[in-house]
Design a protein around this ligand. Structure first.
Ligand code: PHE
Length: 336
């Protein structure tokens, strides 16, 4: 009996010490097989003296086998669970590891102003039009009542893309000096009524300084309809001023001159503190301009306006140097 319980104890200790499913499998054959230490004891039962002794020892051997068998099963489950857990841990995909959100940027101040202007004018019933940044001399000047040799051309430091042939006054292709050529393109592309705004990039041969850039942005407005008067122009400018800047802003027109409008005006806005700010040019579309656009000035009339987008953003946000709007310094851009 002592042998049996010693063999049983030893077997259970071995099972307890097993640290892998492989060693459990090995112990299974070793301990429960015919050659196992406990099974070997069975062969000695015949040597016992009495039937009772045989019976008791037989029972003890069976119980030991049973105990070893269930210890093996229990340890197998234990090690199996641990192995699965280890594998799961090893193969785990940590999806949170790359979940750091990239920092989101935002539109540049010029783009923001451009889009807000579009929104305001769309709210006033205008459509958005556009034209090419590389223009013909005809669209940029001639059709706008500035024939070759017209002194007003001198006000624009034009960037020509081709050379004038000997005997010719100017080249034929320019980087547009203003968005006004879109007036001509719009008139030529359809009949009135026309209610459009045309934001875009324009170019002049300027040396960059705090208030000048050779590249900047304008927004053009053009209305052509029956019986359009200067009062419609003044009313539209006033409605725009209040919608864009706020109800406590107002506007005024000041007589001025542009070859493509007659009469012409500069428009200013008045800030709540009473100070005035010049914003852009405007006027009634000149009859020659309507004609170049294929529109009969006896039947239709219209007004146009144009102003600088960057300039307005600079004033609105108190930017000291307009060059900051173009150099793309993130420390500047981030502030708006
Ligand atoms: N094109 C003019 C400029 O660039 C502005 C303007 C547009 C004036 C429309 C009158 C009418 O200065």
């Amino acid at each position: 009996m002592a042998d049996i319980s010693a063999a049983r104890g030893a077997a259970l200790a071995q099972i307890e010490a097993a640290d892998s499913l492989e060693s459990i499998a090995a112990l299974d054959t070793q301990l429960l097989g015919k050659k196992g230490s406990i099974a070997q004891l069975k062969t000695k039962l015949g040597g016992l003296a009495t039937v009772d002794e045989k019976k008791a020892a037989g029972q003890a051997v069976n119980e030991a086998m049973q105990a070893v068998s269930s210890a093996l099963a229990a340890r197998r489950v234990e090690l199996g669970t641990a192995a699965t857990a280890a594998r799961v841990e090893a193969e785990r995909l940590d999806l949170t590891e790359f979940a750091v959100k990239p920092e989101r940027g935002h539109a540049h101040l010029v783009t923001q102003s451009w889009e807000r202007l579009e929104d305001v004018f769309i709210g006033l019933g205008f459509q958005v039009a556009e034209g090419p940044e590389v223009e013909t001399d005809w669209h940029n000047f001639e059709a706008l009542n500035m024939p070759i040799g017209h002194p007003a051309r001198g006000e624009w430091d034009t960037l020509f893309l081709d050379h004038a042939a000997p005997g010719e006054d100017v080249g034929r292709t320019v980087l547009r000096t203003h968005t006004s050529p879109v007036q001509i393109r719009t008139m030529l592309s359809g009949m009135p009524p026309i209610y459009i705004v045309a934001p875009g990039r324009v170019f002049r041969r300027d040396t960059p300084d705090a208030t000048h850039m050779p590249v900047f942005h304008q927004i053009e407005g053009l209305v052509v309809d029956r019986d359009i008067t200067m009062a419609d122009l003044a009313g539209t400018i006033e409605a725009f001023t209040k919608a864009f800047f706020g109800a406590d802003f107002s506007s005024r027109l000041r007589p001025s001159y542009f070859p493509f409008t007659e009469p012409s005006a500069e428009f200013d806005i008045q800030r709540p503190d009473g100070s005035w700010l010049e914003l852009g040019g405007c006027g009634m579309v000149h009859p020659n301009v309507l004609r170049h656009g294929g529109i009969d000035p006896e039947e239709w009339s219209g007004f146009a306006f144009g102003f600088g987008i960057d300039r307005m953003a600079v004033m609105r946000h108190d930017v000291a140097d307009i060059r900051d709007m173009f150099v793309n310094d993130i420390r500047f851009a981030e502030q708006f």
